[in-house]
Design a protein around this ligand. Structure first.
Ligand SMILES: [Zn+2]
Length: 406
């Protein structure tokens, strides 16, 4: 077995951050020239690790091994958010490459197969690459997908980079013992406690609601206050009630966000006749999500009864929390104990990751490493070299344990 090399990991991370560099971060949107160049870079690294890379028809890059023993699928994503950080995504690929270099060629024929999922960051849609691999993406979904920044069609963008008409690679049942993904925490839990790593327990469910409020549109100067039905005021009152009541029923890590409030017609001299609120709730516990939903429904009903406006709520999206495999979590904790004794924990993930899609078809696990200041989706995103190196060593040890080849 090739010995683990922290220096090789840091060199890879530094090399990839040159491709699409923006300040100290990256601007590498899906299917941009920089993104395609980063995939070529990855293919070369895969070949050097004795993997045979293929870019499929949705832009997934999969490096396959001809080894006959057990195989672990490992990876993350190479594209970035616009003008964002250098580790969100690439960290998981660089760790997977190092695990492949160390493990592949093992006497038992165990191997790590490395994968870069297309568009985890959602420039064109939600988890398009991993959903495609797990059979959750139709041709119609691809036809309908457009870039949220510039409006170009995914079909056109795929054709431009030469991927039109290429087959998509699907999950082969039985090929892999499971999936492993490393990621920066994107929060400050590990950093503030001086911990080196976390085994992720579950990935949050995201429930999104639309609250519609009907008032009466009228003249701002001539309508007496006593007879007004101002949808804007009703929206504000409801959100104050949410802010008061939600903390009483939330779990310790429940978060909620009012991402958008719109008033119609939205003019200074017109009483708003209609308001719309988008409210998102995230938690890793299905019971908590249900409790938050019931509370929201109660608050909306109470506001409706109190009048004068009419309120109603509908759920727009409910993704369910994805549980990470317990045996794999144990392997991550055992590996962390070996490399960084006492400096590890379990954490739920408040952000979505490809591992949640993979968990539907195979055991899946995630390793978190610290994020400085918890900053992510911003070009200042960073992690110390020491933490990057320690995390990589834990990852490689965990992969060995999962494959039974320590
Ligand atoms: Zn990511």
């Amino acid at each position: 077995m090739t010995p683990f090399s922290a220096q090789r990991v840091l060199t890879d991370l530094t090399e990839q951050r040159q491709i699409g560099a923006y300040k100290t971060g990256l601007h590498r949107p899906s299917l941009s020239a920089a993104h395609m160049q980063s995939l070529q870079w990855l293919c070369e690294k895969m070949r050097a690790a004795h993997l045979d890379p293929i870019i499929d028809g949705i832009g997934n890059v999969i490096g396959r091994s001809a080894a006959a023993g057990p195989k672990l699928l490992a990876g993350s994503h190479m594209e970035s958010q616009n003008y964002a950080g250098w580790l969100d995504g690439p960290l998981g690929l660089v760790y997977a490459l190092e695990a492949a270099r160390v493990i592949n060629g093992d006497a038992k024929g165990a191997a790590v197969e490395v994968v870069a999922w297309f568009d985890e960051e959602g420039h064109f849609g939600n988890f398009l690459g991993s959903r495609s691999y797990c059979s959750g993406l139709s041709e119609g979904d691809i036809d309908a997908a457009i870039d949220r920044t510039d409006g170009r069609k995914l079909r056109d963008a795929l054709a431009k980079v030469g991927l039109a008409g290429k087959a998509r690679i699907g999950h082969e049942p039985g090929r892999h013992i499971g999936y492993l993904e490393a990621h920066i925490e994107q929060g400050d839990w590990l950093e503030t406690r001086k911990l080196a790593a976390a085994a992720v327990t579950s990935i949050v469910g995201i429930w999104q609601f639309k609250i519609t409020i009907d008032g009466t549109q009228n003249h701002a100067g001539t309508t007496r206050m006593a007879i007004r039905r101002d949808a804007g005021v009703a929206a504000a009152k409801l959100l104050v009630a949410v802010d008061t009541r939600f903390p009483e029923v939330a779990g310790p890590r429940t978060v909620w966000t009012t991402g958008r409030i719109t008033l119609e017609p939205g003019a200074p001299s017109i009483i708003p006749g209609r308001a719309e609120i988008l409210l998102q709730v995230r938690d890793a516990d299905p019971e908590t999500l249900l409790r938050m939903e019931r509370t929201l429904i109660e608050l909306v009903a109470a506001a409706n009864d109190a009048g004068p406006c009419g309120l109603r709520v509908e759920a727009l999206r409910k993704s369910h929390p994805a549980m990470m495999d317990v045996r794999f979590q144990n392997a991550i904790i055992d590996a962390a104990e070996k490399v960084a004794p006492g400096r590890h924990t379990h954490l739920p993930s408040g952000a979505g990751h490809d591992a949640q899609i993979l968990s539907a078809v195979m055991p899946a696990a995630m390793l978190f490493v610290p994020s400085i200041g918890g900053i992510s989706h911003h070009w200042t995103e960073d992690t110390s070299d020491t933490d990057l190196a320690t995390g990589a060593e834990i990852y490689v040890e965990a992969a060995k344990m999962m494959l039974g080849c320590q």
